[in-house]
Design a protein around this ligand. Structure first.
Ligand code: SF4
Ligand code: ZN
Ligand code: ZN
Length: 316
């Protein structure tokens, strides 16, 4: 196949846009698309300092490279944030993730902060898996959200960007419908404004598929970690995994399925959910961060207490 724009050999087919693209034109198209998405959804309006969550995988390292160019153009300061979750399971997953994140920060000359949760909070995600009943990915997600929010604020950032891609968001949309979880759907936005003590969050890759971010990372020779988390098989349980696989099969049959699903949800359905009452927020008595439903202690501190107290009572 030949590139639609220049007739050189094509490396990727963008089915829904009816395009075949060569290396050069794919990079141009991909970067433009993210920039347009950022502008359309006003993601960087008012942003002075942007924190980027970098795990070392293909999506977050791609995000870091693309946002570095955009931030330079717009005169926005950048800081990278990487969490060492303490996931090892004999595979050194977290230390490998941190190594790849640091490689990218240094390659681009971006300031960064690494937070080791064992040192800062006294537990690892591996310990959480065995010491509390909650599914490990749920504890991990809670930890990442909390630590990223806190670290971004401490670094003086007013906005936090994460690498959620089109496949992730498609899965959240359909899972939200499947579970009738209107509150989650109402909150599922590419831009969550700064409010109630939280900083602004953005998802610049929410219209970019996993195939596109992977291709970008490979073509640009971005160093990233291929290894999967050893807890991956626990992500969201079987139903969510099946929903994700089904969406990807639909995308093969109907090119553009994911973009239509997510874009129509965001542009046409989510605005109708504006009146859904938001959670009432309180202030955590332990750490001072916001709490949901006016609780005295935030979910992270409650989980951390369980983990650290149990470790003390039962050091095995
Ligand atoms: Fe965390 Fe689960 Fe993702 Fe592993 S698979 S990084 S435990 S959320
Ligand atoms: Zn071309
Ligand atoms: Zn707290």
């Amino acid at each position: 196949m030949r590139c639609t724009k220049c007739n050189n050999p094509a490396i990727i087919k963008i089915g829904y846009a009816n395009l075949y693209l060569c290396n050069k034109h794919f990079i141009e198209w991909f970067e433009n698309r993210i920039e347009k998405t950022i502008d359309k959804y006003h993601m960087l309006d008012g942003t002075k300092k942007l924190a980027i969550a970098v795990s070392g995988g293909k999506d977050s390292t791609t995000l870091l490279h693309v946002m570095n160019n955009i931030a330079l153009k717009k005169g926005i300061d950048l800081v990278g944030i990487t969490i060492d979750l303490g996931i090892d399971m004999g595979k050194k997953y977290s230390s490998n993730s941190v190594d790849f994140a640091v490689k990218n920060y240094e390659m681009l000359g971006i300031k960064y902060k690494i937070i080791k949760i064992k040192e800062e909070y006294g537990f690892t995600i591996d310990e959480a898996r065995f010491k509390i009943r909650r599914p490990v990915c749920s504890t991990c997600g809670l930890t990442k959200r909390y630590v990223l929010e806190k670290a971004a604020k401490e670094e003086g950032a007013d906005t936090l960007a994460t690498g959620h891609n089109l496949n992730d968001i498609s899965q959240y949309v359909l899972t939200g419908y499947y579970n009738g979880d209107i509150l989650s759907l109402a909150r599922l936005s590419p831009v969550s404004p700064a409010e109630n003590g939280y900083i602004k969050k953005i998802k610049p890759l929410f219209l970019s598929s996993e195939k596109e971010t992977m291709t970008y990372a490979i073509v640009k020779q971005i160093p990233f970690l291929y290894q999967s988390c050893p807890h991956t098989f626990r992500v969201g349980g079987e139903t969510q995994d099946k929903i994700r696989r089904s969406i990807e099969e639909m995308e093969d049959k109907i090119p553009g399925f994911m973009v239509s699903l997510v874009q129509n949800f965001e542009d046409k359905f989510r605005p109708l959910m504006a009146d859904i009452p938001k959670l009432t927020l309180g202030k955590c008595k332990i750490c001072g961060m916001p709490t949901n439903n006016n609780r005295d202690i935030c979910s992270f501190c409650a989980t951390r207490l369980k983990l650290t107290v149990k470790a003390h009572e039962n050091p095995t």
